[in-house]
Design a protein around this ligand. Structure first.
Ligand code: COA
Length: 182
């Protein structure tokens, strides 16, 4: 089983554990942090289920799902959550998702987190393509991904069902052979 430890200058990544449920609920259950997500804020019970699934997925061979706690590099407390999912039939490619507690926003940490996820995916997992899909209205996610080197590929129309109807997504990606670690 591959355990994740990935150290950045301001944020770090490690596998989630059941001890992280309350901290993850601070993101997945927060109405502002989930305003661009395709789901309503999650209950504590739903987050517990997500973490249990993540722990099971961490033991799978091959491992296709990484649900990672985002730690402040200095304080070591959990400030957010990141997800990387490898496509079983396209194992060179993975989708990322990420979110921080709203009190952490606006200090450049989100951009650092995207950079760290790219570094993890390309250097530790040997991926070739990493992509992320955002709501067209999600400007901070757009800027974080662009600044971290993920180019915009285009729009997937009616990509996701949401409680308010279909949602388009804007897809960003980075390729290993054009990625420059920053
Ligand atoms: C997306 C997210 C991780 C960004 O985190 P962050 O720490 O605020 O990001 P940064 O501080 O690195 O800012 C990224 C860019 O967005 C800009 N920005 C941040 N908040 C903004 C806001 N409310 N309005 C406009 N621009 C904003 C920053 O100025 C920065 O732009 P720059 O690179 O031109 O300076 C954070 O907003 C978040 O957790 N959102 C909820 C979950 C989510 O939407 N995840 C993305 C799913 S695809």
């Amino acid at each position: 089983m591959r355990r994740v430890v990935c150290e950045g200058e301001r944020v770090c990544l490690r596998d989630v554990t059941e001890a992280d449920i309350a901290a993850l609920h601070g993101v997945y259950g927060h109405p502002v942090a989930t305003q661009h997500a395709p789901f309503a804020p999650r209950s504590l019970q739903e987050v517990t289920g997500l973490v249990e699934e993540a722990v099971r997925a961490a033991a799978a061979e091959p491992r296709l799902l990484y649900v990672l706690a985002v730690l402040d590099a200095g304080r070591r407390d959990v400030v957010g959550v990141a997800r990387l999912r490898i496509e079983a039939e396209l194992p060179h490619s993975a989708e990322i998702g990420f979110g921080l507690h709203p009190e952490q926003w606006g200090r450049g940490i989100g951009t650092d987190l995207v950079r760290l996820l790219l570094s993890f995916g390309f250097k530790q997992l040997g991926l070739h393509r990493i992509w992320g899909a955002r709501s067209p209205a999600n400007l901070p996610a757009q800027l974080a991904m662009l600044t971290a080197g993920m180019v915009e590929e285009g729009r997937i129309r009616h990509h996701l069902p949401t409680p308010n109807g279909w949602r388009d997504s804007i897809v960003h990606s980075a390729l290993e052979d054009e990625w420059v670690e920053r």
